[in-house]
Ligand binder design. Structure first.
Ligand SMILES: [Zn+2]
Length: 132
């Protein structure tokens, strides 16, 4: 078995394997009750939610928006602390599971725009030196 492909009879690299596992965890995380709880609490009225706001005030947003003629989800349940700590990177699956399936206090509702900007900032700090 090749050293760089330790999974699936020597066909998968460690990176491929970990994205496979992460994808599976993400799927079951949609059924994590605190996620629905947070979404319920951010409900304002039919089709309208309150975005917590990333680097700006909380504001009302529509549940879905139209981007290039396509209806798209606009309300995300965001992990306040990213699932993978940008400073530490991957530590262990225990750590990933603990952070992914966190209590609702560690979750917030963000609109697509706020969520995109937060994710970009997190990725930026991940590729940085990682000090502090
Ligand atoms: Zn927003």
């Amino acid at each position: 078995m090749a050293k760089d492909k330790p999974h699936n009879s020597g066909q998968w690299t460690a990176a491929r394997f970990s994205s496979f596992i992460k994808g599976g965890l993400r799927q079951i995380s949609y059924r994590w009750p605190p996620k629905n709880e947070v979404k319920k609490e951010a409900w304002v009225e039919r089709g309208v939610y309150r975005c917590k706001g990333y680097k700006k005030r909380t504001h009302k947003v529509k549940l879905s928006i139209t981007v290039k003629g396509k209806k798209t989800n606009n309300v995300y349940v965001d992990h306040i602390d990213p699932v993978v700590d940008p400073k530490k990177g991957f530590v262990s699956w225990d750590e990933i599971i603990k952070r992914m399936f966190c209590e609702k206090e560690h979750l917030q509702i963000l609109c697509k725009d706020c969520h995109t900007r937060k994710t970009a900032d997190e990725q930026h700090s991940r590729s940085g030196k990682g000090t502090g």
